[in-house]
Design a protein around this ligand. Structure first.
Ligand code: FO1
Length: 328
């Protein structure tokens, strides 16, 4: 653990299971009052008229140590009696909601219906779960990811991701509501105050872009720059459809492609040793320096290592970039 007084604010942009695991790794290095996780809300949806915020819940559960270790989403030690009843009644069970998880959705839905913004509900959930890091939705406004696929036309995110298990061929993405969305309270303050801003090894198109699409957020990163951790290792995604989507959108599942895609907001890129040969080309093509490590977040040790690599690399770059020219 570091000298707590030295750590400046770390802001992580996160979505999905990989983002939550990375945030948990960072929580081992910086004090909770110096850690902000800005989370994607594009995956949110309302099964059974309940508001489910999968990326927020996955971050909160993981930071609380309550997550299901196999899936990464939902809770460990879960029971499924409500789902069994729904199945008996012939209702939809393609999106699995455990009994303990359902309690969270019921209470979140009740508070939202009373007019409480999502950021405030999220803070209450974190307090109840003992999570002291700041977890912020990217926006309290409506922003939903829709996916256009060859086989079915436009699908809401969870229909694509869970019901169709991201098998359909992705042709386009839309972040509906993004143009009218405002950053949630605290998001811009955290970004401006950040010593370092990190892009978690999340899916660029499904997790990071819906955050960057909220007006105001990307321009702060263009000014302050961020360090990203590549979600690709040797041409594959560690988890989920990022490599498949990269190819379907005409990119490649490589750190070089990611560096070019985020060239306007990156000050550095952490890549896996399997892709080390790309490092010179990345810096030559984009000017973005590269840090090479084992980016496989296997267990708590792996999360800690990847988080530490990104954090120290970002602090090094921030300190070198921030050097004032000595007064003439
Ligand atoms: N993902 C699945 O593949 N199948 C599910 O049944 C499922 C249920 C679920 C329930 C709550 C929750 O917070 C997440 C859940 N997820 C499920 C994961 C979710 O679709 C993804 O984590 C995010 O939307 C994208 O990473």
């Amino acid at each position: 653990m570091t000298d707590e007084s030295s750590a400046g604010r770390v802001v992580i942009l996160s979505g999905g299971v990989g983002g939550a695991r990375f945030a948990a790794g960072m929580a081992d290095w910086v004090p909770p009052e110096a850690l902000t996780v800005v989370v994607n809300v594009g995956d949110d949806f309302e099964p059974f008229n309940l508001r489910v915020s999968p990326d927020i819940d996955t971050v909160c559960y993981t930071l609380a140590g309550l997550e299901n270790p196999e899936t990464g989403w939902g809770r460990r030690d879960e029971t499924w009696h409500a789902m069994e009843t729904i199945e008996t009644l012939g209702g939809p069970t393609w999106f699995r909601l455990g009994d303990r998880d359902l309690g969270l959705h019921l209470e979140r839905t009740r508070r939202l219906a009373q007019g409480m913004p999502l950021s405030q509900v999220t803070r209450a959930i974190c307090q109840a779960l003992g999570v002291r890091a700041q977890v912020l939705p990217a926006t309290d406004d409506s922003l939903r990811t829709w996916v256009k696929v060859a086989e079915h036309g436009w699908l809401p995110f969870q229909e694509y991701f869970v019901r169709h298990q991201w098998r359909p061929r992705l042709m386009a993405l839309a972040y509906r509501g993004a143009t009218r969305a405002r950053p949630a309270p605290g998001v811009m303050e955290a970004l401006h105050e950040a010593e370092v801003i990190l892009l978690a090894p999340s899916n660029p198109w499904l997790s990071l872009d819906p955050i960057l699409a909220v007006p105001g957020i990307r321009s702060v990163l263009q000014q302050k720059r961020a360090v990203a951790v590549s979600p690709f290792i040797a041409g594959r995604a560690v988890k989920g459809p990022a490599a498949k989507i990269a190819r379907e959108l005409g990119y490649t599942a490589t750190p070089l492609s990611l560096a070019e895609y985020y060239q306007d907001i990156l000050s550095g890129l952490v890549i896996d040793q399997a892709d080390a040969a790309q490092a010179p080309l990345i810096t030559q093509r984009t000017g973005i320096p590269v840090y090479i490590t084992d980016t496989w977040m296997q267990g708590p040790e792996g999360r800690r290592r990847v988080a530490y690599s990104a954090w120290t690399f970002a602090r090094l770059l921030a300190s070198s970039r921030g050097v004032e020219e000595p007064a003439a």
